[in-house]
Ligand binder design. Sequence first.
Ligand code: NI
Length: 174
Amino acid sequence: MKITQNPNPILNKKTAKVEKIDSEVLGVINKMKNTLSEVPGVALAAPQIGISKQIVVTGYKPKKEDDIEVPEMVLINPEIIEKSSMVEELEEGCLSVQKPEIRGQVKRAKKIKVRALNKKGDKIEIKASNFLARVLQHEIDHLNGKLFLDRADPTTLYKLEDRNNIKKGNTNTE
Ligand code: NI
């Protein structure tokens, strides 16, 4: 399953609330989990597989030393109900911003509280801080048709390929 790449109107569109957790929605969740397991990402929002619904899946097992584990979660109709005034600016990228792959610095609340439904339809509340808080804010932005590109400090945006070329001492642009 390919991940929808920017620019694509579905990535800029506000998604629809899930009214009923039926077999179709469960199918979307499975597809999202399978897709996430095959790509170098920690979370995925439904529009990224072409489905304009309020569904987010997360989950990442560390593979390298600096990796941060992200718990496996399914969030349906997630809403941020509390945000700390304390913010942190860190670099972000996105599975939907790979052609070209762009990164940039984004300010996000350091702590948030999210209300959602799990896949059984139970109401859940998640308190998240630091990396997980950032991941959830990034994914919930996707559900509102926003990419990190819309929030990043524009002066910090760069193409990964350019940086890699500079590192190699190759400053030619072609
Ligand atoms: Ni993303």
